[in-house]
Design a binder for this molecule. Sequence first.
Ligand SMILES: [Zn+2]
Length: 320
Amino acid sequence: MLHKLLLLTNFIFLFRLFGDAHILLYHRFGDPRYPTTNTSLEQLQKDFVYLQKHHYKVIPLQRLVKALQNREPLDPKWVVITIDDGFKSLLKALPLFQKFHYPFTLFISTKPIQNRYPDFLRWKDIKEIAKFGEIGLHSHTHPHLTDLSNEEIVKDTKKALKLYKKHLHTLPKSYAYPYGEYDKRVKGLLQSFHFVLCNQNLGAVSKKSSIYDLNRIALVGKSNLPQALHLKYLPTQWIEPRTYPKDGILKEVALKIDPKYTNAQLYVTDYGWRRVKVKNGYIKENLHLKLTKRRVRVIIKVKHSKINTKILVRSRYGTE
Ligand SMILES: [Zn+2]
């Protein structure tokens, strides 16, 4: 009896130990001039109290990367915090990060810092911040990468690397796409610099995630952190569409998921959620949706908040 009970508790223990981690994304703090990218200090404190109360462990991005590289199981209580752009308002939030001992990765665009744009941190601030946070790269000029040629992307990245090295005397390990915009071509180019790549696709990180395609959940305004942490990773093979449709009409979505699911929900930017049928793990939806945004998210979701996102970005270069 005792033996059986031990087995059972072991099983529950294992079950709780393995799962999906989450990467959060913030931009500005305590700066109500920009409601679409701002998190108030009160909200940040609330988020941190929630993480602490529910025993989440905020770990450095590189710890998660190491676990993925070593194929270690991920702890579902792991949370990584990232901050994009390098706005000066981070200085207001730093005491909170320090109070909770929460590490973070700050992704900086080097041009606004180098040119001392008023809203941005200075290199001296970043040097200080680098003592307790990782500094990642977020391009030089914060461009729409899919609209740049290969040469322009390489040039922008090399410029950013040069300034980073000059001021921080080291090289960045990670890169976050400006606006979360990328396609296969952009990804391939940045991967050749050996960066860990962070996207801005809604979803969790599982042991099946690639370090070159890490999902991040953006939190702004009254963030719904509990809901964000509830999301799980759905392994998905996206078949169609492969790129942003040239005529701007989304005609078909086709993908493969675990055949154990019989129905799912599909989301397309501007069109919301719809129920879709799954046949032997295969989903094929004929649509005729006119896309108006340059950035369109297609999301597949099954029960227990398991999701996967495919981003389609309009590109002047039209390649994959
Ligand atoms: Zn940005």
